[in-house]
Design a protein around this ligand. Structure first.
Ligand code: MET
Ligand code: ZN
Length: 771
């Protein structure tokens, strides 16, 4: 019998039960016992879902109330003193690390949060130093959950984040900058040995240890560390079987040592890393570990598309021919935590659309069916037939979706990527339309999304108010935003984005080629979930999307109003992409659709047009060897979107909350006339790049952090400007905040922007003669 395995399951509950419970706990509406009760219900429900689907290997210990890296930190006792000595319960200590805590005389900041590989899930970064004393916390999560599942009648496979990856995902504590977390491996491994032993004592027969860093370039020299670690853990496990799980990319040359690990099985991602199959199979055949099994991650944990059974079975058969049935396992590519829970809660999808998708619950059945098909095809005959029909229907839809869009993309020439003239000539043309002062001031686009705005939008969605009433409301908001900006003295105004629910969703809903769900939530961090749009076909723009509100704003004022769009890369990054065509094609189609909007904004008399690309760094492939290809199409897509305008139209772009220093040449290649980029939240680290890199166009590093209600004084902003002018030329500097102001209150924004404008005026006096 070929085994089937699920690597992890969404921990949010089918109706977002965990979000509700966690938030209720945070606001003191329920106590820890009640939160724990809901959490247990969801865990047991998850085991039932996976087990009912017919999967053999059910994960436990993957559940989390916040994130699994943070849980690991608590489990191995690596909690920084300031949290562990604050007299908090383990639960409150964990939440304090995740989101800070300010009550009962305790004042703790949150720890750094960062993205889990290239996904939109985040984790709290372990903060390690020579002082970190690793020890196994009593009643640690994997043991408690294993026992809980067992008591409920489920034999599970505990999931651990492996020790090497755990350390590599961490960082040195602030006061020990030169510390290298991986140097603690010898102290950490004994904790894992003890944990493995205890799990086995409790009855665990299998353990899944995730080492996703095995797909990164940075582990290529750590072969010996992995080998010695897993030798120890395998010994600790005795007869229990350890599977080392890798995911999100190819192993590439790391397979040379991964194949010799003395473990029961090696798991590989054949969704993200499909091209590694032959190489890994060959490597496993030549492994020193002649019994090594291969766990094939065939059912994607990262997308929402139905699996193509015929294709999966073909791949699996190749593996079985080489290794035999006992050494092949059918699995999800990664944890299903990146998928929505179930299709059952979607009532608005058409039958045709529903038939394309498969969410976490449905994916469990897919894993089980593929495994059964390999043992006895006739036992799942009807499932295979139905699947073949669905896949064909989807292919037909894809083929016929929109040939005009594909023809248009095929007809794109070099010239479509180029502005009419180089930047200096454009600048001169722009100066003739609007002569901006030295140090022009502007904002990033959004103004406070007030309760009134959210209420009006929700009434409009529920059809409680008419679209005329809603439009009137939005118009009033825009007028308020414009008048405020005139009064405070900004140079380039915005309309404030009150009509936008979300910067991608707003466009997705207006573009052809996207589908939206009602309840397909996925965890982003903590209790914050997102509902990504899905790209289902060729993308085009049937009608203008933003022209109405931008030109309305412009009609109210003589000052230039900046149009505001979300860029092609960001629209794609924050959606589920199609699986049948490359991201490059989808991104360029988005670029062309946005190009139409940019040109229409220009026609409507809009002088400046901003195309936001905050996600350009986050879509970067995990392997450096794939970077160039990605950056080429990402830059090209942006240029397709923006290059259709005259010299006299000023294009802007915006970037935030990633480290852009290593891709700055590519940001330059976007050829935007002005860029704004978050800088203050990250201590102006961005400015280092300008010591060596001459940025050609105009640039506004953010002068204040918009995530904090704090109002920076004018003096503080002046100091930031002075710091920027050490490396950026006077005539190139724009003055703006780090990012949009949508999460702030009006009262804060009024003072923040008054100080910003004041500081710009000061700078004009101070540096005016140096321009
Ligand atoms: C995450 S970047 C946000 C840019 C957008 N224009 C805003 O101001 O909100
Ligand atoms: Zn931003």
């Amino acid at each position: 019998m070929v085994q089937s395995a699920v690597l992890g399951f969404p921990r949010i509950g089918p109706k977002r039960e965990i979000k509700k419970a966690v938030e209720a706990y945070w606001s003191d509406k329920i106590d820890a016992a009640e939160l724990e009760k809901t959490a247990k219900e969801i865990r047991l429900l998850n085991y039932k879902t996976i087990s009912d689907a017919g999967v053999n290997v059910i994960p436990s210990g993957d559940f989390s109330l916040y994130d699994h890296v943070l849980d690991t930190t608590v489990m191995v006792g690596a909690v920084p003193k300031r949290y562990s000595s604050a007299g908090l319960s383990q639960l409150d200590m964990m939440f304090a690390m995740a989101r800070g805590r300010q009550r009962d005389g305790v004042d703790l900041e949150a720890q750094e949060m960062t993205k889990w590989f290239d996904s939109n899930l985040h984790y709290i970064r372990p903060e390690l130093s020579n002082d970190t004393q690793f020890s196994l916390t009593k009643d640690s999560k994997p043991i408690a959950f294993y026992k809980e599942a067992k008591a409920a009648g489920y034999e599970t496979r505990p999931v651990l984040l492996g020790p090497v990856s755990y350390l590599l995902l961490g960082k040195a504590a602030r006061d020990s900058k030169s510390y290298e977390p991986i140097s603690a491996l010898d102290q950490l491994v004994p904790v894992y040995e003890q944990l493995v032993k205890e799990l086995v004592q409790e009855g665990a027969k299998e353990i899944q240890i995730d080492e996703p860093t095995l797909v990164l370039d940075s582990t290529s020299k750590l072969g010996e560390k992995f080998a010695s670690t897993y030798e120890k853990l395998v010994k600790a496990a005795g007869d229990a079987k350890i599977t080392v799980a890798t995911y999100f990319e190819r192993l590439d040359s790391n397979v040379d040592f991964a194949k010799d690990l003395p473990v029961h099985a090696l798991h590989i991602d054949l969704d993200r890393g499909a091209s590694q199959f032959d190489a890994v199979l060959k490597a496993v055949k030549s492994s020193k570990n002649s019994k090594l099994a291969l766990s094939l991650g065939l059912v994607s944990g990262r997308n929402i598309w139905k699996n193509d059974f015929a294709a999966s079975i073909k791949t699996a058969k190749t593996a079985i021919d080489a290794l035999g049935q006992d050494r092949v396992i059918i699995a999800t590519s990664a944890s299903l935590v990146h998928c929505p829970v179930t299709l059952k809660n979607e009532s608005k999808l058409t039958d045709e659309q529903r038939d394309w998708f498969s969410f976490a619950t449905e994916k469990c059945s897919e894993v089980a069916v593929i495994a059964k098909a390999l043992s006895d095809e006739s036992s799942v005959k009807s499932e295979l037939e139905t699947n073949a029909k669905s896949i064909k229907a989807r292919r037909d839809f894809e083929q016929n979706s929109d040939s005009a869009v594909r023809d248009r993309l095929a007809a794109v020439t070099e010239k479509d990527y180029e502005r009419q003239s180089p930047f200096p000539k454009r600048l001169a043309a722009q100066n003739e339309v609007h002569k901006l002062p030295l140090f022009p001031t502007t904002t990033i686009g959004s103004f406070p999304q007030t309760k009134e705005i959210r209420t009006a939008r929700s009434k409009f969605t529920k059809k409680e108010i008419s679209s005329e009433e809603y439009d009137k409301f939005i118009a009033k908001e825009i007028e308020h935003v414009v008048r405020f900006q005139e009064k405070v003295g900004l140079d380039i105004l915005v309309h404030g984005e009150p009509e936008r629910n979300d910067m991608v969703q707003y466009f997705g809903e207006r573009l052809k080629g996207f589908v939206f769900t009602e309840n397909a939530w996925v965890q982003s961090f903590g209790s914050r979930y997102v509902r990504p749009p899905i790209v289902v076909s060729d993308i085009s723009r049937p009608a203008p999307m933003t022209v109405q509100w931008s030109s309305y704003a412009q009609s109210l004022t003589k000052a230039p109003v900046k149009g505001m769009l979300t860029g092609p890369v960001t629209c794609l990054a924050w959606s589920y992409p199609r699986a049948d065509v490359s991201k490059e094609v989808q991104c360029k189609q988005l670029g062309l659709a946005l190009r139409d909007e940019v040109v229409d904004l220009e026609k409507a008399g809009i002088f400046a047009i901003q195309v936001d690309e905050p996600a350009i760094r986050e879509l970067m492939p995990l392997r450096r060897s794939d970077w160039d290809a990605y950056l080429t199409w990402a830059v090209d897509s942006f240029r397709l979107a923006t290059a259709g305008v005259k010299d006299s139209t000023q294009t802007h772009s915006h970037f935030c909350y990633s480290d852009f220093n290593d891709i700055f040449q590519h940001i330059q290649k976007l050829d935007a006339d002005v860029i704004s980029i978050e800088a203050s939240k990250s201590d102006l680290k961005l400015l280092n790049i300008f010591e060596t890199f001459q940025y050609q166009q105009e640039i506004g590093p953010g002068v204040f952090d918009i995530h904090s209600p704090r109002v920076p004084s004018q003096k503080e902003i002046q100091e930031r400007i002075a710091a920027m002018l050490k490396t950026i030329e006077v005539k190139k500097l724009f003055i703006n905040p780090d990012c949009g102001l949508k999460t702030r209150q009006w009262q804060e924004v009024e003072q923040q922007l008054a100080n910003l404008v004041g500081a710009a005026k000061w700078a004009r006096e101070e540096y005016g003669n140096k321009a």
